[in-house]
Design a protein around this ligand. Sequence first.
Ligand SMILES: [Ca+2]
Ligand SMILES: [Ca+2]
Ligand SMILES: [Ca+2]
Length: 185
Amino acid sequence: MVLPVLLGLQFLPIAVSGVSANVQSVADHVVINEFELNPPGDDRDQEWVEFYNPTALIVDLGGWRLQTTAGKIESVMIPSGASINPDGYYIVTGPGQWLDNENESIILFDKDGREVDRTPVKSDTDDNGYSWQRYPDGAESWVYAPSTRAVINIPEFPSPLFIGAIVLVFTIFVLRRSLPVRGRN
Ligand SMILES: [Ca+2]
Ligand SMILES: [Ca+2]
Ligand SMILES: [Ca+2]
């Protein structure tokens, strides 16, 4: 009973906002799901890319590679042993400053050098916690919104704490309803 409720929460913001985003097709392979070109403050070691795995299988990421396209071409190899769970996320942080703030596009290659995914060309000149992210996870459309690093892309409810609070309230509500009523033999 609790699980369907929790799964249903994923689509709550869509229902609230009236956006028909949930009818979009979701990729059938690991994708670049979100990226932060311009984190608050110094960008060195703080820029990151989020993968999302929409498939039902664990995917081995060892030997996969990210490559940038703007300015100096940077390449970041995913270490062997790395993997991503079904419906899971994986974060890549590059060495130093590797993602340009303007006109950047990032390409993902698998261990055989085949292109798996490529982001649209995007800019982020705000030096704050906003990032580019697919919405919903794995979909073709992108939004610029408060970052959701390693968690579901829900721009309307950006705080993981807020999401956690909703889940907690629903869980308590469902558990209370499912408890046997005492004193009514
Ligand atoms: Ca940013
Ligand atoms: Ca940057
Ligand atoms: Ca995210």
